[in-house]
Design a protein. Sequence first.
Length: 127
Amino acid sequence: MPEPDGPKSSYVNRMNVQFGPLEVIGEKDVADSCPYEWFNQTLCEVNDTWIRLGVCHGEYHWHEHSDTDEFFYVIEGKWLIDLEDRTVELAPRQAFVIPKGVKHRPRAPARTVVLMAEKKGVVPTGD
């Protein structure tokens, strides 16, 4: 997905792995330098899993991942995950797993920072 021209554009999904093994990962530095409303950066790879940082404000679109689960861990803010039958609300230091094939829509009513774990190669926008 091409990057928008500046802040407050659509989704900015960076699939490149930013940190390698044996490097210190400063997630706060990455989050604090983010000017976008919906940003997703792959921080590192652990075995066949990508660890990503999301900096979000607003709502994402409804989507699903047919072949992989998705893990969310809230660092700061409030993270809402709409499912077809309910909405899950996560506060800082809470986590939630979306099983593969479950349609969902993440939302952040204010700036929120989350860590995500997904299978290497998954496209953040869903199938």
